[in-house]
Write a protein that binds this ligand. Structure first.
Ligand code: HEC
Ligand code: HEC
Length: 435
């Protein structure tokens, strides 16, 4: 209360000072926000409306949302009966896990990103090797170190526990109880032709394999329908920028002064907005920052160079047999041979970034201060490819504390409580196979 009262004379003064002008009130007494700066601010807020997902015809269906939500929290969808999507994308951690490298049935090689904001990304994963949320969801399910599951086990589990909503959405399941046609466990295992699950998959009739692929894809579509509820929420930054642009004098107190200075640097001399732009603070592109590796990591990761090839060859890509659209502009214009893809990784959204430590694709930085210290010094050379040329040393005049204060204003609340836990009890795991 007293703080507010002490601000009143100041606000009055500012108001009087502005009576003669049609301009907004400068939040920083030093300098008003220029038209160019205001134009950039206007491009960063408000949060956009959820885009459609043309490849997924059940994307808006409440039955699919509910099924996807149960599947998201179901540890039965794993080799050891213990790993769900929510193991690594923990709701209370803004759908991350707090670890440098994610841990499922085994040790993953990359950091688990938040799911908030992923709905706008044309390419998913740090290397962009998937082009929709539904196709993305199929990756971790069969990854040995994540769920370690397989599409046949998934089909059987759906038939056993989720038949009603599944058939309501997608029509009748094939006769999965015929175990000679549909073995308990099978999947294509890349580069492992002697793997028993691979051999079981090869032994199946082509038509049955396609039917199982469709079930697998449909599970992904239900998962996406749920993930589309996990949206970033309005943050103090949005309130500040919108008030400022509307000429509302209370903008000056919407975020701390340090954060206002940090914002000015972020969109100005620090040049962060070159890559972290638009309302999600990402250009959705891929860049090689020449990051230092996580200590102990020796393998070279070519990032987007491989990701771009993989997405073009993915069985579940846009326009595939299982996609509900054939209009695939993004993929059509993707050139996997683009030179700068070597060692490049996706620009992450910075919304809620203060909640999602550690940072970068292998979690090599524990804190935001470490990230900023990196941009200040740009140590070392790229281990593959070369450092992106637009990335230049942070102007030494820029205050790291100010930038940090600004990044903290990008934190909004978690999505609505109903999306943060399983919607109903989860059936017990069937036949865990052990790790
Ligand atoms: C073992 C931990 C783990 C599990 C389990 C897991 N994920 Fe992830 N998730 C990750 C990691 C690590 C990445 C980044 C991997 C990469 O880029 O190669 C990721 C990436 C993603 C992305 C991409 C986000 C972006 O910004 O590109 C989405 C979406 C996602 N996961 C959803 C899911 C869903 C849905 C499930 C369940 C079917 C799931 N995850 C299960 C660890 C996990
Ligand atoms: C050349 C494009 C580019 C510029 C300029 C840039 N960034 Fe980034 N930023 C990226 C990319 C790409 C990543 C992810 C790199 C990775 O994981 O390998 C990233 C990661 C981050 C992260 C970690 C986010 C996370 O979830 O892991 C933060 C924080 C960040 N940048 C802040 C900034 C700030 C502040 C500036 C300005 C000083 C800036 N960036 C300038 C491209 C850029």
């Amino acid at each position: 209360m007293s703080r507010r009262r002490s601000l009143q004379p100041l606000l009055l003064l500012l108001l009087l000072a502005c009576l003669g002008c049609q301009q907004h009130l400068p939040p920083d007494p030093q300098r008003p926000w220029s038209p160019a700066e205001r134009a950039i601010l206007a491009s960063l807020t408000p949060l956009p409306r959820l885009p459609p997902s043309p490849g997924n015809r059940v994307a808006e269906d409440p039955v699919a949302v509910n099924l996807g939500q149960v599947l998201f929290f179901d540890p039965g969808l794993s080799a050891n009966g213990q790993v769900a999507c929510a193991t690594c994308h923990r709701p209370e951690k803004w759908f991350t896990d707090g670890l440098p490298l994610a841990h499922g049935v085994g040790q993953a090689g990359r950091n688990a990103p938040t799911l908030l904001g992923s709905q706008w990304l044309p390419y998913l994963f740090h290397d962009g090797r998937k082009d929709s949320l539904w196709a993305q969801a199929l990756g971790p399910l069969e990854a040995d170190v994540e769920h370690g599951y397989d599409r046949l086990a998934l089909a059987h589990r759906i038939a056993k526990h989720y038949r009603q909503p599944y058939e309501q959405l997608f029509g009748p399941l094939p006769p999965l109880d015929d175990l000679t046609r549909f073995p308990p466990h099978a999947r294509p295992v890349p580069f492992a032709s002697t793997h028993p699950h691979h051999q079981a998959w090869q032994a199946m009739a082509e038509a049955d394999r396609l039917a199982v692929n469709a079930i697998f894809a449909n599970a992904g579509k239900a998962l996406e329908a749920y993930e589309r509820k996990l949206l970033p929420q309005e943050a103090p930054f949005d309130r500040f920028a919108q008030k400022l642009l509307a000429g509302d004098p209370t903008a000056a107190t919407a975020i701390p002064l340090a954060a206002q200075r940090g914002l000015r640097d972020f969109i100005g001399r620090a040049q962060c907005v070159n890559c972290h732009n638009g309302p999600l603070f990402t250009d959705k592109g891929f860049h090689n920052l020449a990051l230092p590796p996580l200590p102990g990591q020796t393998s070279l990761d070519v990032g987007r160079a491989l990701g771009a090839q993989s997405v073009k060859a993915d069985d579940f890509r846009c326009g595939s047999l299982y996609s509900d659209t054939q209009r695939c502009e993004e993929l059509r214009f993707l050139n996997p041979k683009f030179e700068d893809f070597m060692g490049a990784f996706k620009t992450p959204s910075l919304r809620n970034v203060a909640q999602t430590a550690p940072y970068m694709h292998t979690g090599q930085f524990a804190t935001l201060d470490d990230v900023l210290a990196f941009y200040r010094t740009l140590p070392g050379n790229a281990r593959v490819g070369h450092r992106e040329l637009v990335l230049t040393l942070l102007d030494p005049e820029v205050s790291q504390a100010d930038l940090l204060a600004f990044l903290q204003t990008l934190t909004g609340p978690l999505p609505e409580a109903q999306w943060l836990h399983p919607p109903q009890p989860i059936p017990p795991p069937d036949d865990p196979r052990g790790p």
